[in-house]
Design a protein around this ligand. Structure first.
Ligand SMILES: Nc1ncnc2c1ncn2[C@@H]1O[C@H](COP(=O)(O)OP(=O)(O)OP(=O)(O)O)[C@@H](O)[C@H]1O
Ligand SMILES: [Mg+2]
Length: 477
């Protein structure tokens, strides 16, 4: 007989724990992946925005420098035209020399902003025109004719050109500042998006992990703990212990298999007890039959032989005293044989038990015990026969063991029937140390008692006597 196959979903099927673990893992990966994607894209936006802000700052610095160059030119050429002193021409020359390189740098910096680039180009053209068509001719004229140069200098031409270029610079700077502000806003947005994605991903991931942990505890840890606790009860002999079997996937399979195993164990124990009981009962019946055969057959025959001998003796002539003596011995021998036979048949099956009940049978045992025995019986009514027979053999074997092994001075026997259970106790004050491993008596008793679903306990610490306890349930038999 094997364990039944537990039915239920295949462990790998959709409801299985593996499937749920994979689904939870995928969900977590999706959440974390999305959060990271948003985070990375926001960081890259932030980086681009920072680069553009840096470019804006460079454009503003460059525009500032170019404006100062123009002012240097204008100051130099005016100073020279007014005073004729060459030293005014040094910053003027330096500004003219630096101007082409710096305006080229400005144009490169704004190359990707069409409006700004157009303004830069206009400033470049106006600046070149200012240098070549106004400033250089003015300085040359001042060298040649200082007075005319002073009047040219005083004319509105220079101021008009300067104002034009200043207006272009202002427009470029204003546009660049507005671009920088827009960049700042977009970088703030990207930073906020990154924070929100990071925080949101973290919160959702933590919530998912916490939910999944709670689920694992509820769906796996708790049921496994319950199965372990129930397995302990099962190991301790409580074969009625079962676990709830509505767990998910593999856990459900484990619970159902566990319950099937427990049910199989319980069934096998019941079957075993029933078969033990059948064996003990049939052995008892066989013993009783033998006892009857001995009593009704050989014993009666021997008794009638004794009577025959007595009859023969009474008819014997008086002059045959030797024959009479022989017949006497024969009759005595036959009476002894009848007594021995009675003793043997009592050991095979106690007739007194069936005839008079447990109390008188135990009294007979106590009377025959070579160690002084004290008896206390509280069994108000006849008990089922298998229980009475088992109780009789328990007390009989315990008293025989006391006589054989205990070196005791006293033994007490108690039998109490209470709440459907017959409790027996045989206690001696002997040497102790009884063990069921050395003979067959105690093992046979255990078999007999357990066949009735009872228990047998031997307490026998060395030097402290031996107590044999038996509990035999009789209710419902
Ligand atoms: N009351 C007792 N006091 C001391 N020792 C005991 C007592 N009862 C049993 N024993 C010890 O335990 C052993 C086992 O007892 P058990 O009744 O199983 O076997 P046995 O009496 O030796 O043989 P059997 O009962 O088969 O004739 C005995 O051999 C004996 O050593
Ligand atoms: Mg024995």
């Amino acid at each position: 007989m094997g364990l039944g196959r537990a039915r239920g979903p295949h462990p790998g099927a959709g409801g299985g724990l593996t499937g749920r673990a994979v689904a939870a893992g995928l969900l977590l990966a999706l959440v974390v992946g999305t959060a990271f994607a948003v985070l990375l894209s926001s960081i890259s936006d932030l980086r681009r925005s920072q680069l553009r802000q840096q470019r804006s700052a460079e454009v503003l610095t460059m525009a500032n420098r170019l404006e100062r160059l123009i002012i240097d030119m204008e100051t130099g050429q005016r100073g020279f035209a007014l005073t004729g002193q060459e030293q005014f021409l040094q910053p003027w020359q330096a500004a003219i020399a630096a101007y082409p390189g710096q305006i080229a740098t400005l144009e490169r910096l704004v190359a990707d902003a069409p409006q700004q680039h157009a303004l830069a180009r206009r400033i470049a053209t106006a600046g070149a025109s200012y240098i070549h068509h106004y400033s250089i001719p003015l300085v040359e004229a001042a060298r040649r004719d200082p007075a005319t140069a002073r009047s040219v200098q005083a004319a509105a031409e220079g101021k008009r050109r300067m104002d034009g270029m200043r207006a272009d610079f202002d427009a470029l700077v204003a546009a660049q500042q507005s671009l920088a502000r827009a960049e700042q806003r977009s970088s703030d947005q990207a930073a906020r998006r990154a924070s929100a994605a990071g925080l949101g991903g973290l919160i959702v991931s933590l919530a998912l992990i916490a939910t999944y942990s709670a689920y694992l505890t509820r769906a796996i840890a708790a049921p496994v703990r319950r199965v372990a606790a129930t397995a302990r009860r099962l190991a301790a002999g409580d074969l009625a212990a079962r676990v709830p079997s509505h767990g998910a996937g593999e856990i459900g399979l484990l619970q159902r298999s566990f319950n099937t195993m427990a049910a199989t164990l319980a069934r096998q124990r019941t079957e075993l007890a029933a078969s033990r009981s059948r064996i003990v009962t049939s052995a008892d019946q066989a013993r009783r039959r033998i006892e009857r055969d001995l009593h009704d057959g050989i014993q009666q025959r021997l008794v009638s032989l004794v009577l025959d001998i007595r009859t023969a003796q009474s008819t014997l002539p008086a002059d045959r005293p030797q024959v009479a003596e022989q017949l006497d011995r024969l009759a005595d021998g036959l009476v002894e044989a009848v007594d021995e036979l009675r003793e043997i048949s009592r050991g095979i099956h106690p007739a007194i038990l069936s005839e008079a009940g447990l109390g008188p049978a135990l009294k007979a045992l106590a009377r025959r015990s070579p160690i002084p025995a004290e008896l206390e019986v509280e069994v108000p009514r006849r008990l089922p026969e298998p229980v009475e027979v088992a109780a009789y053999y328990v007390v009989s074997e315990a008293l025989a063991n006391t006589a054989k092994h205990a070196q005791a001075t006293h033994v007490s026997v108690r039998a109490h029937a209470r709440d459907g259970v017959l409790h027996l106790q045989v206690r001696d004050d002997g040497v102790g140390g009884a063990s069921a491993e050395e003979g067959s008596g105690l093992v046979g008793l255990a078999d007999r008692v357990e066949a009735l679903e009872g228990t047998l306990t031997v307490l026998s610490p060395p030097g402290q006597g031996t107590t044999l306890l038996a509990a035999l349930p009789y209710a419902g038999r």
